[in-house]
Design a protein around this ligand. Structure first.
Ligand code: SF4
Ligand code: SF4
Ligand code: FES
Length: 295
């Protein structure tokens, strides 16, 4: 990258300004602001933010940490820090490394792909604004989610979540080439109750925070349970309710939830997950009773 007065990482690591002026001393701190004059007018180098990334070349490779100093720009998010690092894969110690790997799609907190642990808290990196992350002078740490299989660095495989949505048939069965006519009417009240449930972006935050959801069990977790509620309560979606309730009562179903409520605290879309869990649990109990009396 061509060095400019705003480029904190001149190729020789000196931070020298264009025109050959004296290079200001690099700050040793994680966040630094440096200003110096070159005799022809002053220039200001940007603050840099130190990003510490957990690197792992693959699921079985050894993990290590790498620090990067990224010039901070107004409105910067964690994804833009990662993009800058990918374009300048040199650690804060000046060691050349590989570009970190992460996943992202929409860049507007809709696809859920960029979810990771930022300073230990699970959230979307596209909506994590650097200036709103309190660092107290410490680096911002980035780690992959821990409940899904690691692909590489910050990139995990969320297939289990999508397979569990398939497991409970989380859809309205209206496929067909024939004219199905108008759908059933839905009242304003029903619409207002269900809309929040439909905001799920399958990010996996609720699963990362859930003590019951582990890489070795079959628990489907809060996101899937809430989708069961959404589609069971839909007049057409309810055609598949029996199938969903059977799944909810089998291994990994709603009975595995311990109702600690971690999920609801980390959901970026404020979905009333505990309410959904209670509703599906109630339906599962009712379903079991009906089975017992042979209805
Ligand atoms: S209530 Fe607790 S156990 Fe149940 S899904 Fe949420 S975090 Fe997991
Ligand atoms: S319920 Fe919330 S936290 Fe869980 S996957 Fe959906 S949006 Fe993410
Ligand atoms: S990139 Fe889609 S939610 Fe962040």
């Amino acid at each position: 990258m061509k060095a400019t007065v705003l480029d904190a990482t001149a190729p020789d690591g000196s931070g020298a300004p264009p025109g050959g002026g004296a290079a200001p001393a690099m700050s040793a701190g994680p966040i630094a602001e440096q200003a110096a004059g070159d005799g022809n007018g002053s220039y200001r180098r940007p603050r840099t933010i130190r990003i510490r990334i957990k690197r792992q070349a693959g699921p079985d490779a050894e993990a290590r940490w790498e620090d990067f100093d990224v010039p901070q720009r107004p409105g910067m998010n964690i994804i833009s820090c990662l993009q800058w690092i990918a374009a300048h894969p040199v650690t804060a110690d000046g060691v050349a490394t590989t570009a970190p790997v992460w996943d992202a799609g929409c860049l507007e907190e809709i696809c859920g792909a960029c979810t990771m642990l930022i300073d230990g808290k699970v959230r979307q990196s596209c909506s994590a604004l650097v200036e709103k992350i309190s660092t107290d002078g410490e680096p911002i740490t980035l780690e992959p989610m821990t409940k899904f299989p690691l692909v590489r660095d910050l990139y995990v495989d969320r297939s289990r979540l999508f397979n569990d949505l398939k497991r409970v048939k989380a859809w309205v069965p209206i496929d067909g080439t024939y004219d199905l006519g108008p759908g059933p009417r839905i009242t304003q009240k029903q619409q207002e109750e269900r809309y929040p449930l439909s905001r799920c972006i399958s990010c996996g935050c609720c699963l990362e925070a859930c003590p019951q959801y582990t890489p070795v069990n079959r628990f489907v977790g809060a996101a899937v349970i809430s989708q069961v509620r959404l589609f069971n309560e839909h007049p057409t979606g309810s055609a598949l309710k029996d199938h969903r309730m059977k799944e909810m009562m089998s291994e990994g179903g709603v009975g595995d939830c311990s109702k600690a409520g971690n999920c609801v605290q980390v959901c970026p879309k404020d979905i009333p997950l505990l309410e959904s869990i209670a509703r599906v649990q109630r339906d599962a109990t009712w379903y079991a009773l009906k089975k017992l009396i042979g209805q």
